[in-house]
Design a protein around this ligand. Structure first.
Ligand code: PRP
Ligand code: URA
Length: 208
């Protein structure tokens, strides 16, 4: 696997992915697992964030420290990316959140864009695209293309479960975009679902 594709082997991630996949996991627990996994994966994806020095006074003494120096944008793909963005915002409350609405046409599996209020310029150092599922890669590819056109200097994708087909597409189209994944599965079935996957991530989060 390329060094631009990080698949977590962390025991907490593996435990939570297993519970997420379970067809008996109900929406409340499913949402909590998505949130936990999003935070765990964002920790990996943000390990190279630039810092600037900052001194603070503790109750006892002066201490030298650091603050995150990068302007970060989170780009959840609706609907399923929403739970990931909320969770990551708890780690980095200063991040901007820009929603992008896409759904897959059930027959063609092509992404259809239905919501995009992005300005033509995005004053960001890093954009993080969030979607629990990377299946054909069509939806993520559209979003990365949108961000590339706005010349965001660094773009990363954070997902939970991916199919090899989606990974291949993103690697070929956008070799500079690293992928952070909680699991890499076997294949897509004839309806474009990830196998073994977890089913429909939007439906399972929002009980639809
Ligand atoms: C799901 C998922 C991704 C997309 C992945 O969304 O959340 O956005 O499919 O598939 P792809 O890699 O083949 O493009 P869906 O279209 O089901 O929309 P929803 O989140 O509104 O349910
Ligand atoms: N979107 C989902 O929610 N699940 C899949 O398996 C593929 C796309």
């Amino acid at each position: 696997m390329s060094d631009q594709v990080f698949v977590s082997t962390h025991p907490l991630v593996r435990d939570k992915v297993t519970r997420l996949r379970n067809a008996n996991t109900q929406p409340k627990e499913f949402r909590e697992l998505v949130a936990d996994l999003a935070r765990l994966m964002f920790v990996e994806a943000s390990a190279d964030l630039r810092l600037s020095p900052k001194n603070v006074s503790t109750p006892l003494a002066e201490s030298s420290g650091h603050v995150v120096a990068e302007r970060i944008g989170l780009f959840p793909i609706l609907r399923a990316g929403l739970g990931m963005a909320d969770a990551i915002l708890q780690l980095i409350p200063s991040a901007q959140v820009w929603h992008l609405g896409l759904f897959r046409d059930h027959v063609s599996l092509e992404p259809v864009e239905y919501y995009n209020k992005l300005p033509s310029e995005l004053p960001l150092d890093l954009a993080v695209v969030l979607d629990p599922m990377l299946a054909t890669g069509g939806s993520a590819s559209v979003v990365v293309e949108i961000l590339m056109k706005r010349r965001v200097p660094r773009i990363k994708f954070v997902g939970l479960i991916a199919a090899p087909e989606g990974v291949k597409k993103l690697r070929e189209e956008f070799p500079s975009v690293p992928l952070y994944l909680a699991a890499l599965d076997s294949h897509l079935n004839e309806k474009g679902y990830i196998v073994p996957g977890l089913g429909d991530a939007g439906d399972r989060q929002f009980a639809t």
